[in-house]
Structure formats: C-alpha cells, structure tokens
Ligand binder design. Structure first.
Ligand code: UD1
Length: 431
C-alpha cells in the first residue's frame, strides 16, 4: 500500500492549478449512458474514482477513448448489460449513479447496494423511493438493487426529498431526463456539481430548469444526443489548497478555480484571519494574515453553506489557530476519524457526539498516521505540512481517489513530500 512521507514546517510558495471536479466528472460520465451518440468531456481529473467510473462504463459495453489524458470521448451505443457489480460499487459508491441513466434509457438496471463506508451508513433509500415515484419497481435481490420501468419508460412525477441528497438529486435528474412528462424535484441539492450535470444534460438535448436551486423541473424528452462539455474546477481541492497556504504560513496563487463555488468556505477562512484575494475571476492569492489565525466555530450544512467535504481540512487548520473552536458535523454520522490521528500529532481535540472541540494553537509533530477516507487523508497531509519533523501517512489510496497528482502539485510549491509506491502508473504521473 502506498504511503506519503512528509517533512513539514516549510511555508508553501508559488502557483497551483486546480483540476476538474471529481464529484462533477463522476455524474457527467454516468450521464453518457443516456445517449447512443458521442459525448466528449474535458477537464476530467486523473484520479482513481474516475478510472473506476470509466471501467464501469466499459464493462457495460460503452467505448471510452481518451485522446488526451483529461478528455474522455464516450460512446454508449452498444450497452450489453445493465449491471454494476459489487466489485466496483464497493470501491466507489458513485457507481450508484449508473442506476438513473440505465433505468431511464433501457427500462432496467441492477446495481449492487453499497454498504456502509468509513464515514457512515450512507443509504440510497431516497434514490430508490424517487425511482418508484417515477413508476419503477424496485427490489433487493441477493444484495443487488433491481429496478425496472414496467412499460419500459419512466413517468414524470413530483419528487420530494425528505433530506437533501447530492447523488440522489443527480440520479433522479438523469432518470427524469428521458421520462415521459414532467418531473419536479423538491428540496433538491444545490451543489455546483448539480448545475454542471444539468448543463451537460441540456447540451445533450434535455430540458432541465432550476438546477442550482432547491426546485428542479425536468421536461422529459424521447432521446438525448451527443455533446461536448468541460467539467467545472474542483471546489474542494481549491479549499484544501487555501488551507495548505494558511496552515504553513505560506503564499499560494491558486489558478483555474471558481471562487463563487466556495463562498462559505472563503468567508469562514477569512474570519479566521486567512487573507484571500481574488486576482481575477479564476485566480486566488492566499496567505496568512499578519496576526496569525483565530479559532472560529463551524457547522457543516448542505450547499451553499459550509461543506462536509471541507470539515476535516478545517479541523487541521483549527489546531493551528489561537483559541477554542467547535467543529460540528451534521451530514455524516461518523466523520471524525481524522481527529484521533491529528491527536497523535499533538492536536488537542475532544469529541462529543457530532461536535469536536479543538484547542489551539498546539505544536504539531510528525508521527506515523493512517488515512481513513478521502477528506480525512487531506487533513493529515495538511497537518503534516505544518508539523515539525517527519510524518508517514499510510493508506494514501484514499487520497488517490480524489486529489489529482497531489504530490507533484505540493512539491512544485516547496513541500517536502514523497510517495513510497507500488503503483507505478500513479507515480509516473507525479514525476
Ligand atoms: C455527495 C458527495 C460527497 C459529499 C456528500 C455531501 C459525490 C460523488 N459525493 O455524496 O463527496 O460528502 O455529497 O455533500 O458527489 N442519505 C440518506 N438516504 C439517501 C441518500 C442520502 O439518508 O438515499 C443521507 C446520507 O446518509 C447523508 C445525507 O443524506 O447523511 C447526505 O448524503 P448525500 O448528499 O446523498 O451524499 P452523497 O451524494 O453520497
């Protein structure tokens, strides 16, 4: 298993380019299943989850060409099977995004039910209930979700999500795009990735309005065609590198990002004393303020509020901020796995239910630690960059799921980080 060795205590300085958003590229790749024509996606990040999603498309019978590393040219004309097996779903929950498109276009889909994951139980009951509202029958057979549209086509309906769900909204939006009649999604997720997916679907010929608000209206069409689309920048990667600049007392120019997609994060980080300037609409200049960092409370909420995917990185920053802060997690029930590892490095954190109390500022010292999930891994990298001495981070396959060439990007701005690898492909990319 790959590991990172990080020698911390060096302020990061220089320019960093943001990659395409993993959480947008995943549903956009799934959306290619809705058409028999060629869909071209640019700015697809080279990360493990996307390699897995590509494999899923190929297993289903689609042809995926990558004329350039970050461009995917997909043709889903000859889909032979409608099944996403457990082997794939267990490594990547986003495989459930195949359900909506397969069910909509072929009237049937079988996707292994994802189990719990490190950050919680993460059910997909709301996706399934919505498919039933669109006329599908849904059953569980030997661990697989089997969904069928009785007359081969879904029927538009009013869908009310009792809880805001990102992939649930995406799945239903894709399914409704080919349903007969109109679907309205109430209490829809408002993440920028939903808007990006709606943009792609509309380019393919769908009729979707209201994406990015809590009510989305979809007029179903008979068929979708080809399209060409560029994936939006990754807002969580952007937020992670803002924290990297601040936590190391460095100065980073963060390029190719979309600041409007992370307003709540930028606002909160400014409150703590991080200086964030917009040099132009896609470039941020980030440095630590003259008076250092001050502890501020945060609570994770659905977009446009503070994202759960930035909670772990924010907690790392709070260990280096003066005062006591509380970090409250409201989206996932078990998303504090990084806290015990941060404590191993010298942080003072008390967990009570869904709240962590962080006492800052404590000196962080390098230590052997373990990554437990994608964003937890990012918080350990950040803490290691701020720590004195050497940190060995084990199980970095988690970080490879979602951060493109992170070693290369950090080295370019002065970090002492090295991968100990047996994954030559990933390593080659990072040289
Ligand atoms: C997506 C993101 C993930 C992010 C999360 C929250 C992708 C590929 N992943 O995950 O990075 O952390 O949004 O912003 O985009 N829930 C149910 N039943 C359901 C669906 C969800 O109870 O059928 C619950 C979940 O357990 C969780 C909450 O709703 O407590 C939000 O989950 P959801 O927005 O669906 O997260 P994902 O789409 O899985």
């Amino acid at each position: 298993m790959d590991k990172f060795i990080i020698n911390g205590g060096k302020p990061l300085k220089g320019k960093i380019e943001i990659s395409g958003a993993k959480n947008s590229a995943l549903p956009c790749l799934a959306a290619t299943l809705l058409s028999s024509e060629v869909v071209i996606l640019h700015n697809v990040p080279y990360v493990k989850d996307l390699i897995t999603q590509r494999r899923l498309l190929e297993d289903l019978g689609a042809t995926v060409l990558t004329p350039e590393l970050r461009t995917h040219k997909v043709k889903a004309a000859n889909i032979e099977t409608f099944e996403a097996p457990y082997e794939l779903v267990k490594t990547m929950r986003a495989s459930v995004l195949a359900l909506g498109p397969l069910l909509a276009r072929f009237g049937q889909a079988k996707v292994s039910l994802p189990g719990g994951c490190a950050i919680g139980t993460r059910p997909i009951d709301l996706h399934l209930k919505a498919f039933e509202q669109l006329g599908a029958t849904v059953s569980l057979e030997s661990g697989d979700v089997v969904a069928r549209a009785p007359k081969g086509r879904l029927i538009g309906a009013d869908v009310h999500f009792e809880k805001v769900t990102v992939t649930g909204t995406e799945n239903v939006m894709m399914a409704a795009a080919l349903a007969s009649g109109k679907t309205t999604i109430h209490n829809a997720a408002q993440e920028p990735e939903i808007e990006d997916l709606a943009d792609l679907l509309n380019k393919m010929g769908a009729r979707i309005k209201g994406a990015g608000t809590d009510q989305i209206e979809i007029e179903g069409v008979e068929a979708l065609g080809g399209a060409e689309h560029t994936i939006i920048p990754d807002r969580i990667e952007t937020g992670t590198f803002i924290v990297a600049a601040a936590i190391t007392g460095g100065e980073l120019e963060i390029k190719n990002c979309e600041p409007a997609h992370l307003k709540a994060v930028i606002e909160k980080l400014r409150e703590t004393g991080v200086v964030i300037e917009e040099l132009n609409p896609t470039t941020l200049l980030v440095k630590c303020g003259d008076n250092g960092l001050t502890a501020k409370d945060v609570t994770t909420e659905p977009h446009p509020l503070f994202p759960t995917d930035m909670q772990a990185q924010y907690m790392a920053l709070m260990t280096q901020s003066e005062g006591v802060s509380t970090v409250t997690e409201t989206i996932f029930e078990n998303r504090f796995m990084h806290a015990s590892e941060l404590i191993r490095m010298g942080a003072k954190i008390e967990i009570s239910g869904n709240t962590a109390r962080v006492h800052g500022k404590t000196e962080l010292m390098g230590a052997p630690v373990q990554a437990s999930d994608l964003r937890a891994s990012a918080s350990l990298v950040l803490a290691a960059l701020a720590a004195t001495g050497e940190t060995l981070i084990d199980r970095v396959y988690h970080i490879d799921r979602g951060y493109e060439t992170i070693v290369k990007k950090l080295r370019n701005v002065g970090a002492e980080i090295e991968r100990i690898t047996d994954n030559m492909a990933m390593a080659a990319e990072e040289v």
